[in-house]
Ligand binder design. Structure first.
Ligand SMILES: NC(=O)c1ccc[n+]([C@@H]2O[C@H](COP(=O)([O-])OP(=O)(O)OC[C@H]3O[C@@H](n4cnc5c(N)ncnc54)[C@H](O)[C@@H]3O)[C@@H](O)[C@H]2O)c1
Length: 257
């Protein structure tokens, strides 16, 4: 008989190991912290060397961490990041595909380079990471993938042609992994934040444009990194074992209008 899942609100991830991409700052750093607070050991992966500082800070608070500075658009780097995580932390249960970029331009003016970079980081890399992690996730008692999508996956946003397309694509990736890998004990879900004023968020939404966007969000504010992280923790936990292929929108009611 199945054991009762741990649905309590603390230590939900004791004994688990999570890998978070784009963990050097912004939403990824908040996700890494939130997963650690719930008991998971954390591998932090990022292009920026700052990822080592974020890992050291968590380690100084008593959390188990492993840092990898890597470019996840490179398939070999993805495989290495997964392998070194398992070497350092013993296993892998949770993959959070969070790293992302935005390149803004009217569709007719977006360069090939900006289109390709956006697709490579936001869409191809989550696939590469998931493929590299599959064997380990399938050996976990509760394999989890959480993809950080966006409200931009479900609505068009001015100047965001590559970004919106990449985020719509990650929903397709989420759906297919959810149905193919459920038989291997892995669920795959996505979260879809509205604007969060991180470095990435500020590129599009600093100043007047942001105020106009904020006015369209029913709750009247942007999301906080910690609010996105709380949803990721939930989807990674045993409480979400029956949730598979869902895109959890965290937008204060923006996209339902
Ligand atoms: N900020 C927002 O308004 C917002 C809204 C919805 C969704 N999101 C999504 O949330 C995720 C995190 O965004 P954020 O706002 O924290 O951005 P951020 O720019 O603050 O952080 C993104 C991190 O990803 C890393 N990264 C970029 N390319 C990489 C690569 N090739 N290899 C490894 N790491 C790489 C960066 O170095 C950076 O540390 C992204 O997927 C983004 O699309 C953000």
């Amino acid at each position: 008989m199945m054991s009762t899942p741990n649905t309590s609100a603390s230590n939900r991830l004791d004994g688990r190991v999570a890998l978070v991409t784009g963990a050097a700052r912004g939403i990824g750093a908040a996700i890494a912290r939130a997963l650690a607070v719930e008991g998971a050991a954390i591998a932090l992966v990022d292009l920026l060397d700052d990822v080592h500082d974020v890992a050291r800070e968590l380690a100084s608070e008593g959390y188990r961490t492993h840092a990898v500075a890597a470019d996840i658009t490179d398939p070999a780097a993805c495989a290495d990041a997964v392998a070194s995580t398992v070497d350092a932390l013993g296993r892998l249960d949770i993959l959070v595909n969070n790293a992302g970029v935005v390149r803004l331009a009217p569709a007719e003016a977006l360069s090939d380079e900006d289109w390709d970079l956006t697709m490579d980081v936001n869409l191809r890399a989550p696939f590469l990471m998931a493929r590299a992690a599959f064997g380990h996730l399938s050996r976990s008692p509760a394999g989890r993938i959480v993809n950080v999508a966006s409200q931009a996956a479900v609505v068009g946003i001015d100047q965001h042609v590559a970004y919106c397309t990449s985020k719509a694509g990650i929903i397709g990736l989420t759906n297919v992994l959810a149905i193919e890998w459920a038989q291997h004990g892995i669920t795959c879900n996505a979260v879809g934040p509205t604007v969060v004023l991180t470095d990435l968020g500020k590129q599009a939404w600093a100043g007047e444009k942001g105020e106009a966007m904020k006015a369209k969000i029913p709750v009247g504010r942007f999301a906080l990194p910690e609010e996105v992280a709380a949803s990721v923790v939930f989807l990674a936990s045993d409480a979400a074992a029956m949730i598979n292929g869902h895109h959890l929108i965290i937008d204060g009611g923006f996209v339902i209008q």
